[in-house]
Design a protein around this ligand. Structure first.
Ligand SMILES: Nc1nc2c(ncn2[C@@H]2O[C@H](COP(=O)(O)OP(=O)(O)OP(=O)(O)O)[C@@H](O)[C@H]2O)c(=O)[nH]1
Ligand SMILES: [Mg+2]
Length: 372
């Protein structure tokens, strides 16, 4: 699972990336000319993992992780096709989800180049640009399909694709992102190759000055409304979460060594670093869930999307497990922790056997039976 940090130049994307990953990628007030993104992996805070680990005492304990990709400001390397078309932007398509970073701190050098902070307007700019990028791709594709049809190259597949593309082109034209359309799983399959940006889950990060943090609820509300955008009256419409983050402060916190950090947090009365708060919030907001595998060797949390099946869970662990899938033995962390042992869970009849199609739930412990 990976989340791409995107935004206008100097919004603080790399600063937030450092805060999340504990890395020390270069941040700068001026344009450094760098185009390759930074990549880092962050464990998802989840106390269930520690509790399971205490129970099984395994050799290895592994948290679920989220990968963050820090892209350069959208101006750099941007070509005629819009902010998200340049060289540095091609990789954005590979992200599972996008987090838009908005500048909400004072800095004279940056203001000299890009003006005062204007997070609402910046959000609008980015949302428009994401729609524009998808319009270019979908309109071109629709035109192509229609040309083929005129030449007699018509298959059930291209006919179905034409229908979806027509819906997409129409929605985007009305400012509605693809994620807000009700598309069947067949439709989604037909368009998955295009990696549309407005089909990705979205998160908005307001990067605020430490001393302004939490002081402007109206701004947060305004951003929420804007992020919901056109079509927000449609009950199916997606409402991307908006999270405030004091980027620079959190980056400095993440770069302290752990004992210093704890002392500092205790001093400031901070219970949980924004890093773990944000990672977890992002994880939930993006519709990710965790399932677990347990044993004496390893206790491990794994990531799935809500609605994914036992077969997909098996494939996440190893392709062999999916290929040779027989059944999933399943019980829940909650039952296990309440009852204290696997045996007690079994005795209570809370141990289940599930098939391929079973929809995995957050907190399931799975053991996949397979043969290859
Ligand atoms: N005061 C304050 N300064 C910040 C904050 N976040 C970033 N900055 C400063 O803003 C400048 C730009 O930050 P970066 O993290 O490099 O911004 P960026 O979005 O990665 O920039 P590009 O990748 O060049 O588009 C740096 O000098 C940071 O120190 C913040 O939360 N508060
Ligand atoms: Mg940067």
């Amino acid at each position: 699972m990976n989340i791409g940090l995107i935004g206008l130049p100097k919004a603080g994307k790399t600063t937030i990336f450092n805060a999340l990953t504990g890395q020390t990628a270069e941040t700068a007030e001026y344009d450094t000319g760098k185009v390759e993104p930074n990549v880092g992996v962050v464990p998802v805070a989840d106390e269930r993992v520690e509790k399971l680990s205490a129970l099984y005492n395994p050799k290895k304990t592994i948290h679920a992780t989220v990968e963050f990709i820090d892209f350069v400001g959208a101006h750099q390397g941007a070509a005629k096709g819009g902010l998200f078309s340049g060289e540095g932007m091609a990789l954005i398509k590979t992200a599972d989800a996008l987090a838009i970073v908005l500048r909400n701190f004072r800095n004279p050098t940056i203001e000299g180049l890009y003006g005062l902070p204007k997070p609402l307007q910046d959000l609008e700019t980015i949302l428009d640009e994401l729609i524009l990028a998808d319009q270019v791709v979908s309109e071109r594709r629709l035109e192509r399909i229609r040309q083929d049809h005129q030449r007699g190259k018509k298959t059930p597949q291209t006919l179905a694709e034409e229908k979806v593309m027509e819906r997409i082109v129409e929605a985007l034209g009305a400012g509605i992102p693809i994620r807000s359309l009700e598309l069947s799983s067949e439709d989604l399959k037909l368009i998955s190759g295009y990696k549309f940006l407005t089909a990705k889950s979205l998160l908005v990060l307001l990067n605020s000055d430490e001393n302004q943090y939490g002081k402007d609820p109206n701004l947060l509300q305004g951003l929420k409304e804007k992020a919901s955008g056109a079509g927000k009256d449609n009950p199916r419409h997606a409402h991307p979460p908006v999270i405030e983050f004091a980027g620079k402060f959190e980056m400095e916190l993440a770069q302290l060594d752990p004992s210093e950090r704890e002392a500092f947090m205790a001093d400031m009365g901070i219970q949980e670093s924004a890093r773990s708060r944000l990672t977890r919030a992002a994880y939930e907001a993006l519709g990710y869930i965790s399932f677990f595998t347990v044993g004496e060797d390893e206790v491990r949390a794994w990531t799935l999307r809500k609605g994914e099946t036992a077969l997909e869970a098996a494939g996440t662990i190893h392709s062999d497990l999916a290929r040779g899938f027989i059944r999933a033995e399943c019980f829940t962390v909650k039952d296990l922790l309440e009852l204290g042992s696997e045996k007690a869970v079994k005795d209570k009849g809370l141990f289940r056997l599930e098939g391929k199609e079973y929809i995995v739930q957050d907190g399931d412990i799975l053991h996949i039976r397979f043969s290859v």
